[in-house]
Write a protein that binds this ligand. Structure first.
Ligand code: GCU
Length: 619
């Protein structure tokens, strides 16, 4: 029995025939191995005609990542071992046979699809057959809405890309790898947490792994519109400005932007950088707002490419301690939400998930949602545009990252760039949040300060925020985190009545805000199991949770520069940190609604508050 070291440190004994076969396969795949390209951002990918690859994919759970063994003793990941599709009569047996493998639904986390995968953290392989007829002079991209956390992709045995980050969409060019007729795509997705990931090892949410959002094929012409930003000028009335970037276009190539309902039709030329600047007047534009979420069809064209967008036009800015929407002060009546699917639980991804969650927020009286703690699906942002809620969008710079590690900064910056470049045309998005509850250290403040500068370079039309931790001195809460200096809007989290003392402590709490900036109370609340009742001093009951809100809300009314709140949170969500049997059962129960849609008493306490605030009764 001869043996081949097929991976340093891990010795597998394989029979001579298999070893030769492996060598053949390795050499074959190595000879056709295709230098994969970096994934790209396609703004508004969901607005393009696409060929969906959603549905059932073959799946192979691979805890030792055997499928990625490198035959050549180094750690090159070429996927040859698992990437071969077994065919009848093959000269050698392969255990990695997608043909007989069980299925997983895409989109969807694997945890809630198979009991044995609920706690699984590691690699899973996916495979999907598809037929395709290549078009002349076109590019074809494999679009992935999200893959948590690290993912690799091959088409017909050729590696096409690799991506890290669990909550942003990306597009892998597969033009060189597809051919006419039957094709197949193989993906490896590994949700293993790591100290130097973003987020890091510790989070208060379930580490749902997999191809958690839509997967499709997107065809574009040789020169195509990859990114664009079309928005209302903050400084000039009824002026649309922004830019369109065209990949593969020579300088001077024309770009047209039409807004049929406004009889607007503007053209511009791309420069040597492929970007065409936009600046044109419109007449009679109806501004987007939560009360009037007016969306316009915007047709962006260049050469043979065009994108039909739906865009709302509004301005958002800060003046002193006011947040101004379309030039008028606004109070953000909000709620926080995880991307947890109502009823079925697991990662939310569909239009229906979005409409249920935002429908509940609207029922609460919200005009605002903090989408924590990572970029939510495009379906959620489209629904927010349609249904009229402003959004706080956040990257998972959560708790104690390795803030002194340049590789970690690069990962955070990549996710921020992907988030903004993908979603920058949503009227609903008002705030880009850089972080949640990070420790006040010099390394952290520098790290997030750089992220904030990068966000402003990418998008000067929105507000920069973060959810800060708050100091306490006796019964005074002090907001003086140095990070406040780089924010337009301060977010602060506090849990008086749950992690901090009793609900009535809020009655005597003073607030000292160290910055003349708008403040959003970005988290407060407490756990309650829906249907568990008792007196208001009994923790975990609906009455106790409602009592927290009854004491929190009058305290918040006393904070002069409070311009919004997003209590924690809309709906219960799964978390491994919440084991209390019979109460939490691995769910964080701070939802105003249970994961099964049961409204708790506190829902109605907050709803009444928002009704009063909406009736113009701010105090
Ligand atoms: C923290 C954190 C949340 C967490 C919540 C809680 O402030 O930001 O992610 O779920 O509090 O403890 O329930």
């Amino acid at each position: 029995m001869s043996s081949f070291l097929i991976r340093p440190g891990l010795r597998h004994f394989v029979s001579a025939t298999t070893a030769v076969a492996c060598l053949l396969m390795a050499l074959t795949s190595a000879s056709i191995a295709f230098a994969s390209s970096e994934p790209i951002v396609l703004t508004g990918a969901d607005r393009r005609t696409s060929i969906s690859l959603d549905g059932e994919w073959a799946s192979i759970v691979d805890p030792y990542f055997s499928g990625l063994f490198s035959f050549h003793h180094e750690e090159k990941k070429n996927g040859w071992f698992i990437n071969y599709k077994a065919k009848a009569g093959d000269p050698f047996p392969t255990e990695y046979d997608f043909g007989t493998a069980p299925k997983l639904k895409v989109p969807g986390d694997w945890n809630t699809q198979r009991e044995s995968l609920m706690y699984y953290e590691g690699p899973v392989w996916y495979e999907k057959d598809f037929t395709y007829e290549p078009k002349q002079n076109s590019h074809i991209f494999l679009h992935i809405g999200a893959a948590n956390y690290h993912s690799w992709f091959w088409v017909n045995g050729q590696k096409v890309c690799e991506h890290e980050g669990g909550f942003t969409s990306f597009n892998c060019e597969i033009t060189q790898a597809v051919h006419s007729g039957p094709n197949f795509v193989v993906a490896a997705v590994d949700n293993t947490r790591s100290e130097d990931n973003v987020p890091t090892l510790q989070t208060d949410w379930w580490n749902y792994g997999g191809l958690t959002r839509d997967v499709s094929l997107i065809e574009v012409p040789e020169s195509f519109i990859d990114q664009y930003d079309v928005h209302l000028s903050r400084t000039e009335d009824e002026v649309i400005e922004g830019w369109v970037h065209v990949t593969g276009a020579t300088a001077g190539t024309k770009v047209q932007v039409q807004i049929p309902d406004l009889n607007a039709n503007s053209s511009a030329e791309v420069g040597v950088d492929g970007r065409a600047a936009l600046h044109f007047n419109v007449k009679g534009l109806e501004r987007w707002s939560p009360e009037n979420p007016k969306l316009y069809k915007v047709v962006i064209r260049s050469g043979r490419d065009s994108v039909d967008e739906l865009i709302g036009f509004r301005t958002i800015e800060v003046r002193g301690i006011e947040i101004l929407l379309n030039g008028k002060p606004i109070f953000l009546r909000g709620i926080t939400a995880h991307a947890e699917a109502p009823y079925r639980t697991g990662r939310a991804f569909s239009d229906k998930d979005a409409e249920i969650l935002i429908g509940w927020a609207k029922e609460l009286g919200c005009n605002f949602m903090r989408l924590a703690h990572y970029p939510h699906p495009e379906t959620m942002l489209r629904a927010a545009d349609r249904m009229g809620v402003l959004v706080w969008s956040e990257i998972p710079v959560y708790w104690a990252l390795q803030f002194d590690n340049p590789k970690v900064f690069a990962k955070a910056e990549q996710q921020l760039t992907e988030e903004i470049n993908t979603s920058r045309n949503h009227a609903a998005i008002a705030l880009w949040s850089m972080a949640n509850e990070t420790p006040n250290t010099a390394a952290r403040t520098e790290f997030i300060g750089k992220l904030a500068s990068h966000a402003r370079e990418l998008d000067s039309t929105r507000l920069i925020t973060a959810a800060l931790l708050v100091r306490a001195k006796g019964s005074t809460k002090i907001v003086d985190d140095p990070l406040g200096k780089v924010l337009d809007v301060l977010g602060t989290n506090e849990y008086i009545g749950w992690y901090e003392g009793r609900p009535e402590n809020a009655d005597t709490t003073q607030w000292q805000i160290g910055y003349e900036k708008p403040l959003i109370m970005s988290e407060f609340g407490g756990d309650a199991k829906a249907g568990l009742h008792g007196n208001e001093n009994q923790r975990w009951t609906e009455e106790y949770q409602a009592n927290i809100y009854r004491h929190q809300l009058p305290m918040l009314r006393k904070i002069a520069q409070l311009r919004g709140m997003s209590p924690w949170l809309l709906m219960d969500f799964r978390s491994p940190n919440r084991p209390l049997a019979g109460i939490q059962d691995e769910f964080n129960r701070k939802g105003l609604i249970s994961d099964q849609g049961e409204k708790k008493k506190a829902f109605y306490v907050l709803q009444k508050e928002y009704q009063e605030r909406n009736a113009g009764n701010p105090n």
